[in-house]
Design a protein around this ligand. Structure first.
Ligand code: ADP
Length: 257
């Protein structure tokens, strides 16, 4: 499971890098192309005009490469129909071999056929992250529970998050009976590179948060020292003002424009 997670994270970073790089490169290449073109048109010296044409052609080829890089980056996170049952089956499979003997893993799926628009791979990566964290928080054993439910949320639930709308949500909870967290840790949980583990990356929860946000959802955490931790992911199933077809937030995460 760790291997799979590393592979997924690497792929996500690559796609992000490709997206960011394309954007910067395009801003460099567009004026170059224009300058070459102008030089070709207005140069009195035919040798200068040829040089202009060369600059223009190189600029154009560069822009073509950039757009294929962009479509790679976008293709990496196409929205699809995600089935709850399939998502959790895949998670159980990935977790096989990562659950120590003294940890009990329980998965409760209220309806495997519930489906929603999203990205299977990303959500799987997110759940995997949370499960591995949970196991690391239970060195002396315990219970890792995954619960699912459908909930109706009113506007006031999201008082702290403007981007999220009222409506029907799928709640996915990853609950452990481990060490829990003191409030000093709880406050810094989503900071990049914040880790309390030797050799930790401090990127796991940040990446989860990003994935959930790109699905139009949000994450809640409850933790008590010595008792355990609950991570709740809320993913929209049907929004009250559902006028969008698809996931508007998905495209914008890997910004190309
Ligand atoms: P990493 O796992 O590499 O440290 P994360 O972003 O996944 O990075 O987690 C950041 C920190 O949050 C962890 O180092 C740990 O202190 C805390 N944490 C995360 N999940 C749990 C959990 N289930 N129980 C207790 N602490 C946790």
């Amino acid at each position: 499971a760790e291997q799979e997670l590393i592979r997924a994270q690497r792929f996500e970073s690559l796609a992000l890098l490709a997206g960011g790089l394309s954007h910067d490169l395009r801003n460099l290449l567009q004026p170059l192309l224009l300058a070459g073109d102008t030089l070709e048109d207005y140069a009195d010296d035919p040798r200068l005009a040829r040089l202009g044409a060369l600059v223009r052609d190189c600029g154009r080829r560069g822009l073509e490469m950039v757009s294929s890089m962009l479509s790679f980056a976008r293709g990496a996170r196409r929205a699809e129909q995600v089935r709850l049952g399939a998502l959790l089956d895949a998670l159980k499979l990935l977790m096989q071999g990562s659950v120590p003997r003294n940890v009990r893993m329980e998965v409760d799926v209220f309806d495997p056929d519930v489906s929603f628009e999203g990205n299977h791979t990303e959500l799987q990566q997110c759940l995997l992250n949370l499960c591995l964290n949970a196991i690391q928080a239970m060195p002396d054993g315990g219970t890792l529970r995954i619960e699912t439910a459908q909930v109706n949320l009113a506007d006031d639930f999201f008082a702290d998050s403007e981007a999220v709308q009222a409506g029907r949500y799928l709640r996915l909870s990853v609950i452990d009976s481990g060490a829990g967290m003191p409030s000093a840790v709880l406050q810094r949980l989503f900071e990049p590179f914040f880790t309390t583990k030797e050799g930790g990356t401090g990127l796991g929860l940040l990446s989860c948060k990003r994935i959930v946000a790109s699905h139009g959802g949000l994450m809640r955490v409850r933790s008590r020292e010595g008792e355990g931790t609950q991570f709740h992911l809320y993913l929209p199933l049907a929004l009250e003002h559902d006028d969008a077809d698809g996931l508007p937030a998905m495209e914008s995460t890997l910004q190309g424009e």
